[in-house]
Design a protein around this ligand. Sequence first.
Ligand code: DCP
Ligand code: MG
Length: 242
Amino acid sequence: SELSGVVEYRNVTFAYPGAESPVLSNISFTARPGQTIAIIGSTGAGKTSLLSLLPRLYDAAEGEVLLDGVPVNNLDHAEITKRVALVPQRPYLFSGTIEHNLRFGKTDATDQELWEALRVAQGESFVREKSKALESRISQGGTNVSGGQRQRLCIARALVTKPRVYLFDDSFSALDVATDARLRAALKDTTADATVIIVAQRVSTITEADQILVLDNGRIVDRGTHEELLETSPTYQEIVES
Ligand code: DCP
Ligand code: MG
């Protein structure tokens, strides 16, 4: 059956193991296929923590995170990663070739699929420029690629798995504004039927989102489109002006 990729957080409250107070309180939202939901908020607001609950890096103690109507706590890692790709805030590369790094989540991907993912992620030209292209080696810790190249390789890795749900955690911050814009334009086509949840620092990255959640101190304090929030949300206005 076709997996649709509906994400729902229902009254989710979450504290890190051993912590006294929750980092997320009463989080509720729904993200549907074809939608882009953006999460914005100051450092430490809980954006990464919020994303981490869907692929079960942590489990919420209260409330429910649902994937296509099923609580993720009832799904195993393989079932979730088939549908959900997280591009982490600190993207990691393995020592090995670019090809190994891109195939990580889907070992049977064709070379054509790898190049298509690189094209969308704006990584095609720098990989082509390397003398060994896909067979070029990434050194331990990925120190022989720049921060922006690393981000683009990790975005390409997520694209290769063709997930139903994309989680981008501040994935465009190391890119210059022009590359960011090109990448998002290409992503828009490729992810048109998918569910996209995107954490961003730059407001320009998310002005077109269907809904923006403004996170402050672990709570969603405001939500709406960019235009709506400009009028209604002092917290959002502060972020825009910062
Ligand atoms: N925290 C914690 N233990 C962890 C990770 C985070 O106690 N393993 C705390 C630190 C913050 C709060 O949780 O007080 C929220 O952290 P997040 O990483 O979720 O915050 P953001 O992603 O919003 O911050 P940034 O914009 O800096 O990435
Ligand atoms: Mg974060």
